[in-house]
Design a protein around this ligand. Structure first.
Ligand SMILES: *[C@@H]1O[C@H](CO)[C@@H](O)[C@H](O)[C@H]1NC(C)=O
Ligand SMILES: *[C@@H]1O[C@H](CO)[C@@H](O)[C@H](O)[C@H]1NC(C)=O
Ligand SMILES: *[C@@H]1O[C@H](CO)[C@@H](O)[C@H](O)[C@H]1NC(C)=O
Ligand SMILES: *[C@@H]1O[C@H](CO)[C@@H](O)[C@H](O)[C@H]1NC(C)=O
Ligand SMILES: *[C@@H]1O[C@H](CO)[C@@H](O)[C@H](O)[C@H]1NC(C)=O
Ligand SMILES: *[C@@H]1O[C@H](CO)[C@@H](O)[C@H](O)[C@H]1NC(C)=O
Ligand SMILES: *[C@@H]1O[C@H](CO)[C@@H](O)[C@H](O)[C@H]1NC(C)=O
Ligand SMILES: *[C@@H]1O[C@H](CO)[C@@H](O)[C@H](O)[C@H]1NC(C)=O
Ligand SMILES: *[C@@H]1O[C@H](CO)[C@@H](O)[C@H](O)[C@H]1NC(C)=O
Ligand SMILES: *[C@@H]1O[C@H](CO)[C@@H](O)[C@H](O)[C@H]1NC(C)=O
Ligand SMILES: CC(=O)N[C@H]1CO[C@H](CO)[C@@H](O)[C@@H]1O
Ligand SMILES: [Ca+2]
Ligand SMILES: [Ca+2]
Length: 573
C-alpha cells in the first residue's frame, strides 16, 4: 500500500528515476511476499474429511480426491492435522514416527501425490508439527525408559516424592485431559511428565539433542514439499526447572480437572520464544532458495502480550482464538468491539492479523453462536484485515453431533468419565464431512465410520448447497473473493457500535465506496441509521447477507434506514 501511495504522489518523471530505487529497496526488504495475507486457510481434520478405501476413516488419497473443493473455494492453503505414525491415543497427536505416514492415512508416496496435485491447483499445504511430546511408543521413549544413551535425557524424568514410605508424583501438576501429569515407570523407577495423555510423554526441550531432532523433522517435511507448519501447543514446550507445585485457581471444578490449577510453572515460559526463533531461522535459512516464504502458525491460547511476543519471535500467525476462547453467543456488542480493537492494536507493524473461526478442539461455530449466526463469524473474519482460518465443515454450516458415553472415543471425554464427558469431549465437532445425501454423507462406503455421521446430513451437505441460490457455501466463496478486493486488503478499519445491539465494521480507501459489515446481535429485527453513525454514503449495494436473513444481494440500500432481521449480518459496498 505504501508503494501505491508513494507512486501516485510522484510525477511521471521522478517515477522513472526514483521508482527503480523504491522497487529495489522494497523487494530486498520484503521478499518473499506474505502469500497468506488477505486469504483464507482451511483446516482439514484428516480422519473425517474423505475416506478413499472404505475403512471408515478419512485418509490422504481421500483429501487428494477432493482438492478441487479447495480450489473452488479458492483458499490459499490447507493445514492438515497430524498424519504421522501413531498409536492414536490422541488421534494422531501422539506420534511414534515424526517422519513417516500412518498406514490409516496412507504412505509417503500418497503424501507426495497430494502436495504435487495441490501445487498444480495453486493450493499450498501446511502440516501440523507437534513438538511438545511424542508417543510412548516412539523408539526414543522406549530407549529412554531403559536409560539408553543419548535417549535417557530426551524426556522429562523426575524421582517421585517419598511420602509415608511410598512414592508419589514429583508435584501436583495436572494433565490438560485431567488427572496427574506424571506417570510412574516401573522399569526406570522414575516419573515422566505428560501434559496431555499418558501416551504423550513431554520431550525435554532443555536438551540440545531434542532441539536438533526437531529441526531435522522440519527439514524432512520441507524436502517433501510442505509450505509451512502449524506448530501445536507451543506454550507447553518448556517447564520451570524447579518443578514447584502450582497454586489453586479457585475454579469450581473437580480437583483432578486441569482448570483447578493456575499453570504458572508448566506453561508460557520465556524460553518458548527462544526456541521459536531458532526454528524460524532454521526454516528460513533452509528454504531461502524457494520463491515463497514458509509459513509458521503457532497454537497457544494465551494473552495479548504473549501474542505480540509470538509475532516478534517469528510466528507469522500466532493463532487468534478470540472467537473461540473469549467471545460467545452471550457477548455484548461492546465486548466484540473491545476484543477486535485490542487485537488490531497489538499486531506489530509489518505483520498480518488473523482470525480463527473454529478448530477440532472446540464446538463448531454454529453451536457456539447459534445456527442462525453460523455466517456471522466468517463474515467478520472476511471483512477484518489479514488472514481467516476456517475448520472443515464451517463452509457448509455443519453442526456438533451429540455423542453418548458409549460413542465417546476422545481421550479428553473418556478421562472425564460418564458424568462429565460431554463437557470435555471433542468428538461432537469431529464428525465426517457432509458431501452429499448418499450413504454416510458421501464420506465413506464403510458400514460404520470412525465417528457417526451427523443425522442432519440430508439437510446440510455440500452438493445441496452448491445447487441452492443462497447457501453458506456460496456465501463463503463470495467472502474469499471479498478479502482480495483493494478496500478490504488495504483499507483502514473502524469497529463501531452502531446501536447497543448492532456492531459495524467499515473498511475505507480514499475515493472509493467503503465496505461495511453490520451484525445484529439481537434476535429481533432492528432498524438502524448506519449512515449517520458510521459516516457512510446514503446508498450502498448489498454484497451479501447471512443465510436466513432474507436480504437479497445486489439490491441498493438506503443506509439511513436499514432493516436487519433477527441475528442477521450484512455486507454492503
Ligand atoms: C498485506 O497486504 C496488504 C495489501 O496488499 C498490504 O498493504 C500489506 O502491507 C500486507 N501486509 C504484509 C505484512 O505483507
Ligand atoms: C494420486 O491420487 C489420486 C486421487 O486419489 C489417484 O487417483 C491417483 O491414482 C494417485 N496417484 C498415485 C501415483 O498414487
Ligand atoms: C483465487 O485467488 C487468487 C490469489 O489471490 C487470485 O489470483 C485468483 O483470481 C482467484 N481465483 C478466482 C477464481 O477467483
Ligand atoms: C521412521 O520411519 C522411517 C521410514 O520407515 C524410518 O526410516 C525411520 O528410521 C523411522 N524413524 C524412527 C525414529 O524410528
Ligand atoms: C502420613 O501418615 C500419617 C499417619 O498415617 C498421616 O497422619 C499423614 O497424613 C500422612 N501424610 C501424608 C502426606 O499423607
Ligand atoms: C533434560 O536434558 C538436559 C540436558 O541433557 C539434562 O541436563 C536434564 O537433566 C534433563 N531434564 C530432565 C527434567 O530430565
Ligand atoms: C449464555 O447464557 C445462557 C443464559 O444465561 C447460559 O445458559 C449459557 O450457558 C451461556 N452461554 C455461554 C456460551 O456462556
Ligand atoms: C452402551 O454399551 C453397553 C455395553 O456395550 C451396552 O450394554 C449399552 O446398552 C450401551 N448403551 C447405549 C445407550 O447404547
Ligand atoms: C456391511 O454390512 C452388510 C450387511 O450387514 C454386510 O453384508 C457387509 O459384508 C458389510 N460390509 C463390510 C465392508 O463390512
Ligand atoms: C430470542 O431469544 C429468546 C430468549 O433467548 C428465545 O426464546 C427466542 O426463541 C429467540 N428468538 C429467535 C427468533 O431466535
Ligand atoms: C487446536 C489443537 O491443535 N489442539 C491440540 C493441542 O495439542 C493437543 C496435544 O497434542 C491435542 O490434543 C489438541 O488437539
Ligand atoms: Ca480410509
Ligand atoms: Ca513440555
Amino acid at each position: 500500500m505504501s508503494n501505491k501511495v508513494i507512486f501516485t504522489m510522484l510525477s511521471l518523471f521522478s517515477i522513472i528515476v526514483l521508482g527503480a530505487c523504491i522497487i529495489g529497496f522494497t523487494l530486498s526488504a520484503k521478499t518473499p511476499k506474505e502469500w497468506w495475507n488477505n486469504s483464507f486457510i482451511y483446516q482439514v481434520y484428516p480422519r473425517s474429511f474423505m475416506d478413499s478405501d472404505g475403512d471408515g476413516t478419512g485418509d490422504l488419497n481421500g483429501i487428494t480426491s477432493k482438492l478441487e473443493h479447495f480450489a473452488d473455494l479458492n483458499v490459499s492453503a490447507i493445514w492438515i492435522s497430524p498424519i504421522y505414525v501413531s498409536p492414536m491415543a490422541d488421534f494422531g497427536y501422539d506420534i511414534s514416527n515424526f517422519t513417516d505416514i500412518d498406514p490409516v492415512f496412507g504412505t509417503i508416496e500418497d503424501f507426495t501425490n497430494l502436495t504435487t496435485r495441490a501445487k498444480s491447483l495453486g493450493i499450498k499445504v501446511l502440516l501440523d508439527f507437534v513438538p511438545n511430546h511424542s508417543s510412548d511408543e516412539h523408539p526414543w521413549f522406549k530407549q529412554s525408559v531403559q536409560r539408553v544413551k543419548p535417549y535417557d535425557d530426551y524426556y522429562v524424568w523426575l524421582d517421585g516424592k517419598l511420602v509415608n514410605g511410598s512414592y508419589q508424583p514429583p508435584n501436583n501438576w495436572l494433565s490438560v485431559f485431567g488427572g496427574s501429569a506424571w506417570e510412574w515407570s516401573p522399569v526406570r523407577q522414575q516419573y515422566y511428565l505428560h501434559q496431555f495423555t499418558r501416551g504423550q510423554p513431554d520431550l525435554n526441550f532443555t536438551n540440545p539433542l531434542v532441539l536438533m531432532e526437531m529441526e531435522k523433522i522440519l527439514i524432512f517435511w520441507i524436502d517433501h514439499g510442505v509450505d509451512g507448519f502449524r506448530m501445536d501447543a507451543v506454550n507447553y514446550l518448556i517447564e520451570d526447572a524447579r518443578f514447584l507445585d502450582e497454586p489453586a485457581s479457585g475454579a469450581n471444578v473437580p480437583a483432578d480437572d486441569y482448570d483447578s490449577l493456575d499453570h504458572v510453572y508448566s506453561k508460557d515460559m520465556d524460553q518458548t520464544f527462544v526456541i521459536l526463533k531458532t526454528w524460524r531461522k532454521r526454516i528460513d535459512a533452509y528454504s531461502k532458495k524457494d520463491k515463497e516464504q514458509k509459513l509458521i502458525l503457532t497454537e497457544a491460547y494465551a494473552d495479548m502480550e504473549s501474542m505480540k511476543r509470538f509475532y516478534e519471535a517469528g510466528s507469522d500467525v500466532p493463532m487468534n482464538f478470540m472467537f473461540i476462547g473469549q467471545l460467545n453467543a452471550n457477548s455484548t456488542t461492546m465486548e466484540f468491539k473491545r476484543a477486535i480493537d485490542s487485537w488490531l492494536g497489538m499486531v506489530p507493524k509489518g505483520h498480518v492479523a488473523n482470525w480463527v473461526v473454529g478448530n477440532h478442539d472446540n464446538s463448531r461455530v454454529s453451536n457456539r453462536f447459534g445456527a442462525g449466526r453460523a455466517d456471522q463469524l466468517s463474515m467478520l473474519t472476511a471483512v477484518l484485515p489479514g488472514l481467516g482460518i476456517i475448520y472443515y465443515g464451517d463452509e457448509i454450516g455443519m453442526t456438533d453431533r451429540e455423542m453418548t458415553w458409549n460413542e465417546t472415543v476422545d481421550p479428553a471425554g473418556c478421562n472425564a468419565g460418564p458424568e462429565r464427558f460431554m463437557l470435555k469431549s471433542r468428538d461432537p465437532e469431529r464428525t465426517p464431512f457432509q458431501w452429499d445425501d448418499s450413504m454416510n454423507a458421501g464420506f465413506s462406503t464403510a458400514n460404520e465410520t470412525w465417528l457417526p455421521v451427523n443425522d442432519n446430513y440430508k439437510q446440510i451437505n455440500l452438493a445441496k448447497q452448491k445447487m441452492e441460490d443462497v447457501s453458506h457455501y456460496k456465501l463463503l466463496k463470495q467472502l474469499v473473493k471479498l478479502k482480495k478486493t483493494p478496500v478490504v486488503a488495504t483499507g483502514t478499519t473502524e469497529v463501531i457500535l452502531v446501536t447497543e445491539n448492532v456492531l459495524g465494521v467499515i473498511r475505507k480507501l480514499p475515493d472509493v465506496k467503503p465496505v461495511v459489515l453490520l451484525v445484529n446481535f439481537k434476535n429481533e429485527t432492528v432498524v438502524v441509521d448506519a449512515r449517520t453513525w458510521m459516516n457512510i454514503p446514503a446508498e450502498l449495494t448489498v454484497f451479501a447477507g447471512s443465510v436466513g436473513s432474507g436480504i437479497p444481494s445486489e439490491v441498493i440500500m438506503d443506509t439511513t434506514e436499514i432493516y436487519l432481521p433477527a441475528e442477521a449480518s450484512v455486507i454492503l459496498y
